[in-house]
Write a protein that binds this ligand. Structure first.
Ligand code: NAI
Length: 214
């Protein structure tokens, strides 16, 4: 990777979409694409694409466009997808199980290693072969299994305490689905996911499209 300058979170937020489109083009056997064609495909302006990719020194060549395979791999490297990430899920309820059952995370190098829950009735059950373990084993498990990411799929009532516990284990990142803001020390990455935010945006757009409630 070229010398990295501070890249805005807005750009980082768009990279996965570039990565997805380029992956599809690569699978279709496309070798290169002009920023114009990529722009039409992704419905993003060509200048936005050039600006975004220029953050990394720019991968395009005048009159050639982008080399799909190369760009795909470089964006993958920038996103840290050239290495494996081991993750655990805390909360073996509906959401935790749905996430655990989703097999495509593995394709991107996110490997589901363990599941934890406080409910004794769930301990020992399995999701895709991965065992549900009691909470008191979590610290040991994280240390022994090189876990970088903990997925929090528990109600907000317990989330803050569990996050504090995770911080003590030296976890690198928390993918937080609990509806509460977590205060973690600097150096620990938190990504909050609230599906209802997306739904509310949809609601806003429905209202805007039909302001009279038709
Ligand atoms: P659920 O009730 O099916 O499962 C919750 C599981 O967490 C249960 O198995 C329970 O025993 C376990 N649990 C509760 N407190 C715990 C603790 N302190 N330590 C360890 N395990 C604990 O609920 P569901 O549907 O799976 O949702 C889980 C949470 O995720 C809910 O609080 C919900 O609000 C939230 N959620 C968030 C979404 C989002 O987009 N951010 C979407 C869906 C749910």
């Amino acid at each position: 990777i070229l010398e990295e300058k501070e890249i805005s979170q807005a750009v980082i937020g768009r990279l996965p979409r570039y990565f997805r489109y380029l992956g599809e083009l690569k699978d279709e056997g496309v070798e290169r694409i002009s920023s114009q064609d990529l722009s039409e495909l992704m419905k993003v302006t060509a200048s936005q694409i050039r600006q975004d990719l220029n953050n990394f020194g720019g991968f395009g060549q005048q009159g050639y466009g982008y080399n799909v395979e190369y760009l795909y791999h470089e964006i993958g490297k920038i996103l840290g997808l050239d290495r494996q990430h081991n993750f655990i899920i805390i909360g073996a309820g509906n959401l935790g199980r749905a996430l655990g059952n989703y097999i495509n995370f593995e394709k991107r190098g996110f490997i589901f290693r363990g599941m934890f829950d406080e409910n004794p009735a769930l301990i020992g059950s399995r999701i895709r072969g991965v065992k549900v373990m009691p909470m008191n084993e979590i610290e040991h498990f994280i240390r022994e299994n090189d876990i970088d990411i903990a997925v929090l799929a528990i109600p907000k009532s317990g989330a803050v305490a569990v996050a504090e516990k995770l911080v003590r284990t030296g976890i690198h990142a928390i993918w937080n689905f609990a509806h509460v803001d977590l205060n973690v020390p600097e150096g620990i990455q938190v990504e909050n996911v609230h599906l209802s935010d997306s739904l509310m945006k949809l609601s806003y757009n429905i209202r805007k499209a039909a302001p009279n409630g038709e």
